[in-house]
Ligand binder design. Structure first.
Ligand SMILES: *[C@@H]1O[C@H](CO)[C@@H](O)[C@H](O)[C@H]1NC(C)=O
Ligand SMILES: *[C@@H]1O[C@H](CO)[C@@H](O)[C@H](O)[C@H]1NC(C)=O
Ligand SMILES: *[C@@H]1O[C@H](CO)[C@@H](O)[C@H](O)[C@H]1NC(C)=O
Ligand SMILES: *[C@@H]1O[C@H](CO)[C@@H](O)[C@H](O)[C@H]1NC(C)=O
Length: 671
């Protein structure tokens, strides 16, 4: 179609092409990878819809130097939960976790000082369930899987499926050795629920499900209903979503902070969401997990109940009555009586707070790199406090949502969908031709209406959030996580993932604070062909394909030599260890701690009378490039004396090609 003359000034101000990826670096984002030894991921539909480049992403962490990536050999990063910080002052008891990502199309900044060519927001969420280390086959357990296939989904073939048939279908679909974050019911419910017909779909033709109507798996960005994992496309594309979901909101980072009030009020964390609940005929108390009806009128007209659902941090089953539940509120924890996602009845839940909302970090358009100050985009999250003190198995999700001003995203609805019969023109059209005033010479714009206004995503592999040790000083401390990001290879081989670095590589704390040092890696980052639109290869030290890191002190960041342990300024000499992965109440000596970190956990101590077979004296010699050391180090929680402590990884740091060094700056106490 032709846009009339005169409109061309506006047209020139458009963003003609909106593409942009997002890659999580800390926690390591999978970008749908599992354990591929190729530069390209194998299956872009394995877990979720990222819309990212086929490269990028990090393999699942592994525990052993050799071995396969079966679930029991995978390493789940484990972070200490916050203590009950609501009852403490000045951030005491908080566990800080810094996410880092790169987004390709710019974000943040103010229109006056950094004019942007698009609108953007970043939504950070997590989901958790009680950790069951032994259960890998359970149909609902969060897991990475052992192969790169997508879970199955067989749609029901009639509305009258009974409870047993639904259970059988789920059982047949869900495979123990495949990725799972959203539960099967989330996707099946999405498949069956009519899509929100009020949404703007431009001139896209959305398809129908097997029952002949268009459901929530079809969206403007996903008109054909492609499935990825058990993610619901309508839920993925829109935030805040209007039906219940399993995701908890951690933060929303916006281009314009004026939007914060809206997001914080509408978040499912604090506002109930509704869903139509139908019941099995033969069992009046048992709800179906899915309903076709997406609004109250249709729901009740078809014998459904339009019920409110409440998001929650965790369940509180010991508070069995509504009265006991609500009366338990206090002492920093709010309890709420509500119906959990997919639940049948109301029960006692630990309430969530509204998500944090901030200005998104400023990044430059068309630049998948750093923000101001030379670091990639970051957000420091306070990890939750779980009153149950259970260890949780969790996953993190980050969505990067960009839209243009070609149409007002807040005010454009299905009323503006292309409808030629009724003379309605969508404000955006597929590859339109525009008249620029040169008589009949039109120019074609590259506009894909499935992609103007587009959401990108990355997610972590499974992680754990575990309770802190009970000691009062640990409960009251601020805990900072110090990890390693990156994967094996040089800059072009790893791109759009990144080379190794400590994360954060500069951390400023006080002597009262505690640091949890931990890292993970894969044995299979070979980066072989197919390499997609980038370079293959895995330049690096040590055995091909393997990630290894370690942590040794150095005296000067400009040098590339570690400090000998008996150096007077050794940070370990006066370090206090509050927890180490093999000992809840550690009495480890500073020297043994230094050995443990330098060997990535290969050795636990020096002398055989202290740790027997894991000692330097007894164990087979460690390879000097850490080839036979574990790729993941489970970590230690330490307190370090004042000073500027510089450290490095001996294996990866190679002057001029790449550096893996960091600094822990511990302030001198003021009192
Ligand atoms: C993305 O932005 C659009 C507005 O352009 C909004 O309708 C949608 O809900 C947002 N989705 C997410 C995931 O933030
Ligand atoms: C929607 O459009 C109306 C009329 O132009 C305007 O007053 C309103 O502020 C817009 N809403 C948003 C959220 O931008
Ligand atoms: C190190 O960098 C040089 C040039 O800067 C390059 O030729 C060489 O391949 C790099 N080595 C590795 C292992 O990446
Ligand atoms: C460091 O990188 C250079 C350049 O790629 C390489 O030749 C050299 O072997 C590396 N150093 C070590 C100790 O492996």
């Amino acid at each position: 179609m032709m846009i009339p003359r005169g409109a061309y000034l506006i047209v020139l101000a458009l963003v003609l092409r909106v593409q942009g990826d997002v890659y999580l670096h800390n926690p390591r984002g999978s970008n749908n990878r599992l354990n591929e030894n190729t530069a390209n991921r194998q299956n872009a539909n394995r877990a979720f819809d990222s819309q990212n480049n086929n490269r990028g992403g990090y393999n699942v962490g592994e525990t052993n130097a050799n071995g396969n990536t079966q679930e029991q050999n995978q390493y789940r990063m484990q972070y200490f939960a916050s203590a009950n910080y609501e009852t403490m002052a000045n951030d005491a008891g908080k566990s800080f976790y810094t996410l880092e990502w790169t987004n390709q199309h710019g974000c943040g900044g103010s229109e006056d000082t950094d004019p942007h060519k698009l609108n953007c927001n970043i939504v950070i969420q997590y989901m958790c369930q009680p950790d069951a280390d032994t259960a890998q086959g359970d149909d609902d357990t969060i897991r990475n899987g052992e192969n790169t296939n997508t879970q199955n989904h067989q749609p029901r073939n009639n509305e009258n499926e009974n409870q047993q048939q639904a259970a059988n279908r789920k059982n047949n679909n869900v495979q123990a050795n495949r990725f799972l974050q959203e539960q099967w019911e989330a996707y099946d419910g999405c498949y069956i629920r009519e899509r929100n017909a009020g949404l703007f779909t431009a001139d896209q033709k959305l398809k129908n499900n097997n029952q002949g109507y268009s459901s929530a798996i079809f969206t403007r960005q996903n008109p054909n209903g492609q499935r990825r994992g058990y993610e619901c496309p309508e839920e993925r594309d829109y935030y805040p979503y209007w039906h219940p979901t399993q995701w908890r909101d951690a933060a929303i980072l916006v281009g314009d902070v004026a939007q914060c009030e809206y997001y914080q009020a509408e978040s499912f964390n604090v506002k109930q969401a509704y869903e139509c609940v139908e019941y099995y005929d033969n069992n009046n108390n048992q709800r179906k997990h899915a309903s076709r009806y997406n609004n109250e009128a249709d729901c009740t007209a078809n014998d459904g109940e339009w019920l409110a659902f409440t998001n929650y941090l965790e369940k509180a089953p010991t508070l069995a009555t509504e009265q006991a539940c609500t009366q338990a509120t206090g002492n920093g924890v709010e309890y709420v009586w509500g119906r959990p996602w997919n639940g049948n009845d109301e029960e006692c839940l630990v309430a969530l707070k509204a998500p944090d909302c901030q200005q998104a970090p400023w990044t430059r358009v068309n630049h998948n790199g750093n923000t101001r100050g030379g670091e990639a985009s970051r957000y420091t999250m306070t990890l939750p406090f779980f009153p149950s003190q259970d260890t949780m198995r969790c996953a993190m999700r980050l969505r990067y949502n960009i839209s243009t001003d070609d149409y007002d995203p807040w005010n454009t609805t299905s009323a503006q969908n292309q409808d030629t019969a009724n003379n309605v023109q969508s404000p955006v059209q597929q590859n339109p031709y525009v008249d620029i005033g040169a008589d009949h010479t039109a120019l074609r714009l590259a506009i894909n209406t499935a992609q103007t206004g587009r959401t990108f995503q990355d997610r972590s592999h499974a992680i754990k959030i575990m309770p802190r040790p009970q000691a009062a000083e640990v409960q009251a401390a601020k805990i900072y996580n110090l990890n390693v990001r990156g994967k094996r290879g040089n800059i072009v081989q790893t791109y759009p993932a990144v080379e190794y670095d400590f994360m954060p590589n500069r951390l400023e704390i006080t002597p009262e604070d505690m640091v949890h040092i931990q890292w993970t890696g894969s044995n299979r980052h070979n980066n072989n062909a197919p390499g997609g639109d980038g370079q293959t290869g895995d330049a690096g030290e040590g055995q091909g394909g393997t990630d290894r890191s370690n942590f040794v002190q150095m005296s000067n960041s400009l040098e590339n030599y570690p400090t000998p342990f008996n150096d007077a300024n050794n940070m370990f000499a006066a370090a206090k260890v509050h927890w180490i992965y093999f000992d809840e109440t550690p009495d480890i000596t500073p020297e043994d701690l230094a050995i443990n970190m330098a060997s990535s956990g290969y050795y636990r101590c020096k002398n055989q009378n202290v740790c027997g077979a894991d000692s330097v004296q007894q164990k087979n010699e460690m390879n000097n490039l850490l080839n036979n050391a574990p790729p993941s180090y489970e970590g230690a929680l330490i307190q370090v004396p004042a000073g500027e402590h510089k450290y490095m990884s001996t294996r990866n740091n190679n002057f001029s090609n790449r550096s893996q060094k960091g600094m822990l700056k511990v302030a001198t106490p003021t009192a």
